[in-house]
Design a binder for this molecule. Structure first.
Ligand code: DGT
Ligand code: MG
Length: 612
């Protein structure tokens, strides 16, 4: 990596744009798409009467964004409302403190971008990276690139083709970007900007060059010279305020300064890795991959305040948080199985306050599906509140005075839809595997008046919103999912169960599937199967809703196994399964040692056929 930096530094010194300037290949094609005046467009799409005149979106006393008509009068992002109204007295204001519609629009845009079957990474609510490298390769097979022009603007015209072929690839990527932007507009009505480059850094930075509603492509050889036009090192996305301060204190202010700073000097200021990364970024080099955005690992909200010292007040805060959290859960569509309570205590002895959390499992039976929507009855909400207050009591010694400055609630684990109809896991498990991801609100969200939706973890700002397409359970199968919901619960240690994971990779053949389906149907309407082991941090004195997932299940089998289905299996098969659970390592290899299994007569392995 150091070599590439030094190489790039040397390249910079060369003034001409020959192909000795390009070190190596530029195989990737990345598109960055940013929605124009996002909140304002959402409001204009919802209410077309707002179009054509200046519009500002107000949060508290700030105009967080405005449409381009308002901008033409000099309204800037994050201007005080009073100042904005001075420069644009006719501007209409819409309150943008409720983010629901923005989040929904963001999900829809993300869903549209998924149509190209390329990795899509969400960045905040209105930006997405799409890695179209493979799609471009596919298109290269059928497209004649000789006469193919860039769609939209080019940062700088190349004097000759790059030997690695990246110019043609980026031209194709620019066509794809056009198609994406057109579809977003045709389907949803939003105009967007796009940047096209061989890496994420340049794609993002070049994107706003022709705003609004346009796109720009930059070729690799112009990366370094483009970067040198950025006045502040802070313009580089991964350089935060702390790093900026450090750089400025060493007289590295502009990106040109960073480009010129010797790596050895940077290494004296930062760690070696960080120095190299900074140097590369300054030169427009970035090899971070586009990571497909998935569902957040947890959905949480926090409310911060000066101080709360009375239990009833804490209860009110939690109750309000829970109401908001249930809305987010409904949007998410997954059934939560774990609830976390977070507190921040004011501590006079410590300068910096700290958070403390406790979590407990919750029974999926609290949640019901109503017309495909996840809902919680009043009784269910009371159960959740009683769990919350039990956790609170665990965290706070109520015999002594307490002073809180923050309370938080989060659903931290979820059930997931099974991988396939024929997955054996469907038949044996009371629960499905779980993602463990993070919350929600974007960093720049200062919208909440009464609540501070601060991030629950540092990584929260990147994986935030969810695509409509991801919303589970599918409205098409509400009954099945509801049934599953009632039957499933999960202990932490089960996630890593080797037998569960391995078995999930196999599928039943159709005849045998029927057989097991019968078993499953027979047990479908019976009562809930209790589970075996409580999760590590379960409360021993948990509420009723939690009890049904804590009591013992089938003695010999893991808790994810449906006892009734298990009991209906032939004895021999039961024995084999038990042996497999006792020695999961042996069960790990059904595919690699099929002959071994052939020797047995009624073996469970007979019920599985390897996936083709
Ligand atoms: P653009 O992309 O320049 O056409 O305009 P926007 O409005 O899309 O700006 P962008 O992409 O920076 O941010 C997306 C949305 O995020 C924007 O519509 C409102 C919100 N937002 C941006 N900056 C802030 C901020 O500093 N505070 C708050 N509360 N919201 C912000
Ligand atoms: Mg935007």
């Amino acid at each position: 990596m150091d070599d590439s930096v030094l190489q790039s530094s040397r390249n910079m010194e060369s003034s001409s744009s020959t192909y000795t300037d390009i070190d190596g290949d530029h195989p990737k094609a990345i598109i960055h798409i940013d929605i124009d005046c996002f909140y304002a467009q959402v409001e204009m799409v919802r209410n077309p009467e707002l179009r054509g005149a200046p519009l500002g979106i107000q949060q508290k006393n700030i105009v967080v964004t405005s449409n381009y008509e308002a901008r033409s009068f000099g309204v800037k992002k994050c201007m005080l409302v009073s100042d904005a109204m001075k420069v644009c007295p006719n501007m209409k204001l819409v309150n943008g403190e409720d983010l629901h519609n923005y989040r929904t629009a963001s999900n829809k845009i993300f869903a549209v971008l998924q149509c190209w079957k390329c990795p899509v990474e969400k960045l905040g609510m209105d930006e997405n990276f799409i890695d179209v490298t493979n799609l471009v390769q596919e298109k290269l097979k059928s497209v004649n690139t000789a006469g193919l022009a860039v769609s939209g603007h080019t940062y700088s015209e190349p004097s000759m083709e790059c030997p690695c072929g990246c110019h043609a690839r980026l031209r194709i990527a620019s066509q794809i970007a056009s198609e994406m932007r057109k579809k977003i507009f045709d389907d949803l009505g939003y105009t967007t900007c796009a940047g096209i480059a061989h890496n994420k850094l340049l794609a993002k930075l070049i994107c706003p060059l022709h705003k609004p509603n346009d796109q720009t492509t930059i070729y690799p050889e112009h990366g370094t010279s483009f970067m040198s036009t950025l006045s502040s090192v802070r313009s580089i996305p991964s350089i935060g305020s702390k790093t900026t301060e450090t750089l400025i204190s060493h007289k590295i202010i502009t990106v040109s300064d960073l480009q010129e700073a010797p790596l050895e000097v940077l290494k004296k200021i930062f760690s070696s890795d960080m120095a190299v990364r900074l140097k590369n970024l300054g030169l427009g080099e970035d090899n971070t991959p586009v990571k497909q955005t998935g569902k957040p690992q947890s959905i949480g909200l926090e409310d911060s305040f000066k101080t709360v010292s009375v239990k009833s007040e804490v209860e009110d805060k939690f109750s309000a948080l829970l109401q908001r959290l249930l809305v987010l859960m409904r949007e998410d569509g997954r059934i939560p199985v774990s609830l976390r309570v977070t507190l921040r205590k004011r501590d006079a002895k410590r300068l910096s306050s700290h958070r403390e959390s406790r979590q407990a499992q919750i029974s999926p039976s609290i949640f019901t599906l109503n017309n495909g929507l996840l809902t919680v009855t009043d009784a269910g909400q009371q159960k959740l509140m009683s769990i919350v207050m039990r956790l609170f009591n665990k965290l706070i010694d109520l015999s002594k005075p307490f002073h809180l400055t923050l309370v938080g609630l989060a659903f931290t684990k979820f059930q997931e839809r099974m991988t396939g109809r024929s997955s054996i896991v469907n038949y044996f498990m009371n629960d499905i595997s779980v993602q463990s991801v993070l919350n929600l609100q974007n960093d720049c969200d200062t919208s909440a008046t009464s609540m501070d939706y601060s991030a629950v973890s540092p990584s929260s700002s990147t994986t935030t919103d969810l695509s409509d397409a991801e919303v589970e359970p599918s409205p098409k199968k509400p009954k099945k999912v509801n049934w599953i919901a009632k039957r499933r619960c999960l202990a932490k240690e089960e996630v890593a169960s080797p037998s569960k994971l391995k078995v999930g990779e196999l599928r039943l053949n159709s005849k045998e599937l029927e057989k097991v389906s019968e078993l499953r149907l027979n047990s479908r309407d019976r009562s809930l199967t209790p589970r075996a082991s409580p999760a590590k941090d379960n409360l021993s004195d948990a509420s009723d809703s939690m009890k049904d997932i804590e009591e013992g299940a089938c003695e010999d089998c893991p808790s994810y196994v449906d006892k009734e289905v298990f009991n209906a299996l032939p004895d021999e098969m039961q024995q084999e399964l038990k042996a497999m659970w006792k020695n999961p390592a042996g069960a790990d290899k059904p595919r690699s040692s099929p002959r071994k299994n052939k020797a047995k007569t009624n073996t469970i392995m007979k019920y599985f056929v390897p996936q083709k």
